[in-house]
Ligand binder design. Structure first.
Ligand code: FRU
Length: 496
């Protein structure tokens, strides 16, 4: 199908229920459908939005274009959960249905205020010359999950920012509300984070930009997300077009973070003694992550597992992408960011199988011969070992998702180059990350059919990959020149 602009922006009501049902059936029957991750019921899913806790439930919405695997007219699709693992689909939450969001209810966030949930999002509105007018909009959700939009924008585009002004994160900090918004400066045409302050969530005052680095952040920053962990500010953001010397990356756009010592939003200052900008994930597909400080005192993160402007194999089945599992964010005593699975993930485990090195079997060690398509594998590899952990290996031994490890060098390379249907090869098929040398490596690997999420050394690093195995790829094997010592556990994982 030729996805003309007209088709992408065709009103939802003009599509007809039969089209939608057919698309839903296609996604539900896909060989690549996910068992314990949020995937679209039809069409394309992108950014997580409005990740919050309200009225006894965790809420997350996602950017949705339900009519195909393309970025068309976006709405918010609403999911809620009691435990951050089992999600219930409540359907469309925000429709692009009025002047200020008529070309898309774009990304935003949510915060409980009083007994309602306040939603702040970006209205994408184009004029007759297809010029974009970005509006930061508000809405209130009540206890029955009914959402009422505010009739007028909260913030319109200021002169110093171009049409690229979106993805507001609303937070409460020191008794004031602040909106942190992705922006492109009108003069420099570079990526910025814009700050607004409000006392009443009606009037917003422009405080200028948040200064958090002296480096140039490319031409646009999308999806900024500021959280506080042990009182330290952690800023998560997606710079587009950033120089790779600032922070090396191979994905089309990176998703980065910086840890600060303090932040003064009124003065626009994010102070960091260590100014290093790091990748949030060392794998392939993590983008547009959203984090928030939850009322339980913890900090949670969820990401779009997909990237803009890249074709994925399921596009042919008319659906695309998924959300990551929810991760808890922590800081170590040394101030390093840790990402770890939430507690309830362990409730999905069944049929646990202890794994230890099989004496005398070098070169090839079969860990699990029939994994099924949903599992968790916890594995500790001893120091001074080299080899390849093959996930989802086929019987002919020529296809697998490879994790090449060298605990002496302290390196891990995730290679999806021969893991089934290959895609996005123009961005490389391998990603490498470095960990402590001459030390054991602890892996916690989650596979859910067409996504693999790896937590390394207690979550000091993570590597994520969408991959699309062919039929018959179902075993876990370690290949090495000599005996590799390991111990661990394999569990099958239930669907949610
Ligand atoms: C990031 C993004 C956001 C925008 C949304 C539109 O993936 O481009 O900046 O709000 O997607 O769907």
């Amino acid at each position: 199908m030729e996805w003309s602009r007209e088709l992408r922006y065709k009103p939802y009501a003009d599509w007809g229920a039969k089209t939608l049902l057919d698309l839903q059936a296609q996604a539900a029957c896909s060989d690549y459908k996910l068992g314990y991750h949020i995937m679209p019921t039809s069409g394309l899913l992108n950014d997580p939005n409005g990740f919050s806790y309200y009225n006894g439930y965790w809420h997350v919405f996602y950017q949705s274009y339900p009519f195909g695997p393309v970025h068309g007219l976006k709405s918010w699709n609403h999911m809620r959960s009691k435990n951050l693992v089992h999600w219930e689909n409540l359907g469309i939450g925000l429709n692009p249905d009025f002047e200020y969001d008529k070309n898309g209810a774009y990304s935003g966030s949510a915060l409980q205020v009083g007994n309602k949930l306040f939603i702040m999002y970006n209205g994408n509105s184009r004029d007759e010359n297809w010029v974009r007018h970005p509006y930061q909009l508000g809405a209130w959700m009540d206890e029955n999950n009914r959402i009422e939009k505010l009739p007028e924008p909260l913030i319109t585009q200021p002169d110093h920012i171009t049409e690229h002004f979106r993805d507001p994160q609303i937070i409460k900090h020191k008794d004031e509300y602040y909106a942190i918004i992705g922006a492109q400066d009108a003069t420099q045409k570079d990526g910025r984070i814009s700050i607004y302050r409000s006392k009443d969530l009606k009037n917003f005052e422009d405080l200028g930009y948040l200064h958090f680095t002296d480096e140039n952040m490319g031409y646009m920053i999308e999806c900024p997300s500021l959280v506080f962990i042990n009182d330290k500010p952690v800023l998560i953001f997606c710079p587009q077009g950033m120089d790779k010397n600032i922070c090396s990356y191979d994905n089309i756009y990176p998703n980065n973070y910086i840890i600060g010592d303090s932040v003064n939003l009124d003065a626009g200052r994010f102070e960091a003694s260590d100014k290093t900008i790091k990748n949030l994930d060392e794998g392939f597909d993590v983008y547009a992550s959203q984090a928030f400080n939850a009322p339980d005192g913890k900090t949670y993160l969820i990401s779009w597992t997909g990237l803009p402007e890249i074709e994925y194999p399921t596009d042919k089945e008319n659906w695309a992408h998924c959300l990551s599992q929810v991760k808890e964010l922590l800081l170590t005593d040394k101030g390093e960011l840790i990402q770890r699975p939430v507690k309830a993930m362990a409730d999905l485990r069944y049929d646990g199988l202890p794994l230890t090195q099989e004496q005398g079997m070098d070169h090839i060690q079969n860990l699990v011969s029939d994994t099924g398509s949903q599992y968790e594998l916890k594995l500790t590899l001893d120091a001074n070992q080299k080899g390849i952990l093959h996930l989802e290996k086929n019987g002919l031994n020529n296809q697998s998702l490879k994790l090449v490890f060298d605990t002496e060098e302290g390196s891990l390379t995730l290679d999806r180059g021969n893991s089934g249907k290959v895609f996005a090869t123009e961005f490389g098929t391998k990603r490498t990350t470095l960990v402590a040398k001459n030390a054991p490596i602890e892996l916690d690997i989650f596979v859910d059919n067409s996504i693999c999420e790896i937590f390394i050394n207690g979550g000091k690093k993570t590597m994520t990959a969408r991959f699309f195995p062919e039929k018959g790829q179902k075993s876990i094997v370690i290949e090495s020149q000599s005996d590799v010592k390991y111990r661990g556990t394999f569990w099958k994982m239930q669907s949610i």
